[in-house]
Design a protein around this ligand. Structure first.
Ligand SMILES: [Ca+2]
Ligand SMILES: [Ca+2]
Length: 325
């Protein structure tokens, strides 16, 4: 079994910096990169293929991040805490929280007073290995190098600046009900790992052209030691070979053995979320209205009805009725 560090910045509780737990991943903060330690890197919305991949839905909850998921709710990690009445800031506007709901996972859904101008769609599909994701968080900058056996193994957690950053990774499997990701050394410029403060940040996936919220940042693997009895430290490691976690030494082989981080997936919690968010049930899978020329030309038919990506049965009935004499 693995032990994992929960990335929990406990500023909210006014206590220590982070909580440590064994045999159960706990809490996570801003993303750091294998490619660069530049604190300015990926601090603006991604563009190109990654445009609209979730950056526009990230709001501020204390020193952490939350994502609006309905006109009146946002979601974040439970372990970052918070109290009803606290402010969630989204697109420059302050929203007062009026309630919070939890289902036993690390997902907290907060209700706000007022109405969000936009909110993220929820991913309901499966998270298969290799699935690309975009990750958001407000954790630390990258700190000093961790060097073992003459090789850079990763980087210590650096300064906390509370800035939102984005990065990329791919699903590498599961740990219990959690999604697992690995911090790979040569996986491209945006390959990212989490640090304290990234907790509550969002993970988005591209679902047939639409970026959807798929998970919430939860925990990272760690902490680490240089020797079996040495002082523990937190770091983002692209190779844990030659380092200890607890009393376990990871052999330093030729191949990198990257450290992991974990996130709570949205899809397995979709029924609960729908009931809390009061979202309409989704259309049957694969059910789609295709607009044909004859339909569009039929008198009394609203083209807009048919252009809806997915239509529920009630709406379809209404459209058909309009098509009648
Ligand atoms: Ca990876
Ligand atoms: Ca190695």
């Amino acid at each position: 079994m693995n032990a994992h560090t929960i990335l929990r910045r406990q500023a909210l509780l006014g206590t220590a910096f982070l909580a440590l737990m064994f045999l159960a991943p706990t809490a996570g903060r801003a993303v750091v990169f294998a490619s660069t330690g530049d604190p300015e890197f990926n601090t603006a919305a991604p563009t190109g293929e990654l445009a609209d991949s979730g950056w526009q839905f990230q709001g501020e909850w204390y020193s952490f991040t939350g994502t609006p998921v309905s006109p009146h709710h946002f979601i974040t990690a439970k372990h970052v805490g918070g109290t009803v009445g606290a402010i969630f800031k989204f697109q420059g506007i302050d929203y007062v929280t009026v309630g919070v709901t939890n289902n036993g996972t690390d997902l907290n859904v907060w209700e706000i007073s007022g109405t969000f101008p936009s909110y993220a769609p929820l991913f309901q599909g499966s998270n298969t290995n290799g699935q690309p994701v975009v990750i958001f968080g407000r954790g630390t900058q990258r700190g000093d190098e961790v060097i073992v056996n003459g090789q850079v193994k990763g980087w210590l957690w650096g300064a906390s600046d509370g800035r939102l950053r984005w990065g990329e990774n791919v699903v590498a499997g599961k740990y219990g009900s959690l999604l697992k990701f690995l911090f790979d050394r040569d996986a491209g410029p945006n390959e990212a790992h989490l640090t304290t403060g990234d907790s509550g940040g969002a993970i988005f996936v591209n679902d047939n052209g639409v970026w959807k919220l798929a998970a919430i940042n939860y925990a990272i693997e760690g902490p680490w030691r240089y020797t079996s009895s040495g002082t523990t430290f937190n770091a983002a490691l692209v190779d844990k070979g030659g380092l200890y976690r607890g009393n376990t030494l990871y052999p330093d082989t030729d191949q990198d053995n990257p450290a992991a981080f974990y996130a709570t997936p949205i899809a397995p919690n979709i029924a609960w979320l729908r009931s809390v968010l009061k979202l309409a049930p989704s259309a049957p899978k694969g059910f789609r209205i295709m607009m044909t020329d004859s339909m569009a030309a039929a008198p009394g038919v609203s083209i807009q009805d048919f252009r809806s990506h997915r239509v529920d049965s009630l709406r379809l009935k209404s459209a058909v009725t309009k098509n009648g004499p």
